[in-house]
Every structure is written in structure tokens, then in C-alpha cells.
Ligand binder design. Sequence first.
Ligand SMILES: [Zn+2]
Length: 482
Amino acid sequence: MKYEIVIGLEIHIQAKTKSKMFCRCDAKYFNAAPNSHVCPVCLGLPGALPVPNKKAIEQCIRLSLALGCNINMFSKFDRKNYFYPDLPKAYQISQYDLPFGYEGNVNIDLSGSREKQIRITRVHMEEDTGKSIHSETKTLLDFNKSGVPLVEVVTEPDFSDVKEVLSFAKRLKQIVKYIGVSDADMEKGQMRFELNMSLRKTGETSLPKYKVEVKNIGSISVLEKVITYEYNRQQEILEKGEIPVQETRGLRDLSGVTYSQRVKEEANDYRYFPEPDIPPIIYTEKEIQELRQTLGELPSEKKARYINDYGVDAALAETLTATKAKAEWFEKAIEGVEDKEVIVAVGKWFVGEVVALMKASKSKLSQLKIQPKQLVALVQLLKSSKISAPSAKQVVVAMFESGIDPETYIRENGLEMVNDESAIQAVVEKVVASNPKVVADMQKNPNAYKFLIGQAMKELQGKANPQQVDKLILARLTSGSN
Ligand SMILES: [Zn+2]
């Protein structure tokens, strides 16, 4: 590839709070009637005074800590001045030079279990704007979203391909959900991406002379499409010996096609100045420490613990810790289990069979009828050869459908393994006697007898140990030919 991608991201995340950022309006506005969650503060009426939401600030600091950031113990809000119809105050309350969090980092997974560190520039708090709804003849304004708390995460331009961006986006979403800062439901606009992208010749290390900004990307799949589209578009311009225009581009639709919105000759002058209606925000070390303690185990920490303590491989650990709910289900199951072999098997059965059944029936983990300890019981029955592997699959389906105990189902359906050697021997005799041709073939092909194992297992309804059947058939045939 002749050109290398240089990407930095800005991500807006709606913090999960009861009320809005600077007023008491209900922050849960999704699907509400337009302009039903408003007051003088979030409508920007003259004289209305903002009162910062402590919970929202705490969420911003918690996310900063989870992203490995330093915290500004002395911080403040600033006015970012610009006019837009959905911003009636003509300024947005944001943070300029003293964001709550700065200089963090997040590790992302690349292929082949490699990792890369993405630097976080800053994490700050601001308020969302209202929403413009355009029709052919007019524009309508809904201020329900105005003043909803937003946490903005800004990264350094550390991404050099689309996979890294997607891996980071998923990781960030996972962290945000783990620590409960936001539900990060993209369909509800709770997490939105802004892309800063340019290309440079492969091997160059300095940043390109231009930067294209694409705002308001509402899903990870669209993000991927935009990057592909912009790569091709910018490459074409560079191939002609020109430099792409430094500008902000909008999304035409969800196909990733962008169009020029406004050209930026230089950085916008927002005339930031300290918000005079809100005093500086001051935190103590002790308060930050307390907030840190509320984070719980982060996904990366959980994953490392699973690998080290339980001996699961990296891929399984990643799947088991993908969501907090999944990890909690697994941890409940293996609580008190010492045998690592059982722990790994429970993990595999859970993310393999059980999750596949959930996907097939489009059900959620919260609806799962299998109790965590029942899956452990099944794995132990399998390990102690009480049932065969094919039977275990049948049992897990029954458990999934009705929540039945594995022991009960196995007993009621006669699935116990045949461990009685004389019973297996009888089946072996029968199979050998009824397949003289296979026995004869063994002269030419010593492996021809393998067919008989299948026949015997069928006869035993899969309830025997195949290795034991193998051994007995071989013994029978070798003794017969002597
Ligand atoms: Zn309000």
C-alpha cells in the first residue's frame, strides 16, 4: 500500500444520569414528545443559571480513570461560543484548558494476540445540543436533548488502519458499559464518533499537512465505511499530486459517502472563556481514590486474571469478558471450582454451545434457564465419563429449553454411559458377526475396522466411551485372526 492512514478520534458519550447536565430536567428523553423535557436552563433563556450535575462529573472522572488518565484536581467549565439554531444560548458549556482527565492510554488487540497502545489526549465534560429536524420546507427544533451530559474522549492520531479504529471503538464501548458510565446504545445516539483522518506516504513519520473531519458517525459499521470511502477519496487526490482540502465533511447517508460541509482554513475561533456562572470544580486525592474504587475490575484486568488464574487462552478469555454480564455468569458458575480443566471446559461450553443456542433463539443472557452451577455439573458428568460427548450436547439443549437439571434429564432419558464391559462386549460380538466383509477387508486395510466402532457406538446409542469400544473391537478381531 502506498499510503498510510493517520486517524484520531473524538467520541461523544451520553453519561447515564437521572437529570441533565445543568438543570433538573429528566435526561431520559428517548421517544419522548418533542420539547417535553425542557426548562429555562436547557432552553437557554436569558437569566437562567446552570447548576452542574455532580453525578455526571463523577461519571466523566470515572471514565478518565478507567482510560488511565491523570485527573485535573482543579478544573473548570468554559464557554465555547458559536451560534447554531439548536444551541439557543449561542454557546456550549464545555471544558477548554482544564479537562477532568488528560494523558491516558488504552490497549487494543491486534491480530496474532499483538497489542497496541492508543494514547488518550483528554476526557472532558460538556452539554449536548438540541436537535434540528429538517423537512423540505421547514426546520423543526426539539430541545429534549439540549443539556444532556456528554463525556468527550479525544485520542491522539495513533490509528494507522481501520482495524485499529474498530478495535478501539469496541474496547471503549465495552469499558463504558462495564463501569456503567453509559449504556452506549448507538441506536439511541448515546455514543457518536468524529473522525480526523489524513493519509501520508508509507514510511513517513510526520503528520500530514491536512486533516479531514467527519462528524456525527453513529455506528461502528458506518465508521468503517467512512474510513474506506475517505481512504479512496483522499488517495485519488494525492495521486494527482494535490493535497486534499482541510475541511469538515458530513455523511450523506449510512453508506459512508461523505460530502464537503465547511472548509476550515484555520482552527475555528470559539473564543473560549471561563464559564462565569459556574465556580471551578475542585477534587481531593481522597475523593478521586474513592471514585477509582467504584470502577470494579476492568475488562482488560478480568481478561488477564482469567488467563493467569484459570489457564484459559487469550481468545476464550476475550469472549468470556466481552460483556460484564457474561463474565459474571461464568464467575458464578466456577465459584469454588478448583479443577482448572473443568473451569476451561465450562468456559468453552458456555461461549460455545450455550451462546450458540441463545443466538439461534435470539434470547438474552438474562432469560437463560440454565443455572451457572448446572453447566458445571454437566461438565463434571462428562469429565467423569458418566455421559458421552454426543449425549452432553443433547443434555445441554434440554437444559437450555427447560432449565432441567442435567442429572435428572440423563436419568429420565437413560443417557448414562454404558460402563459395563460385558454389555459392550456383547455389542462388539454382534457387530463383528454381522459385518464379515469389513473383517475380511482388514487383511488389506488394517484401519477398515474403524467402521465397526461407528456401528457399535450406534448400537450403544452413543452411550459408551469410543476408546473403550475401539479397544474391545481390536482385541476381538486380533484374537479372532489368531
Ligand atoms: Zn432543563
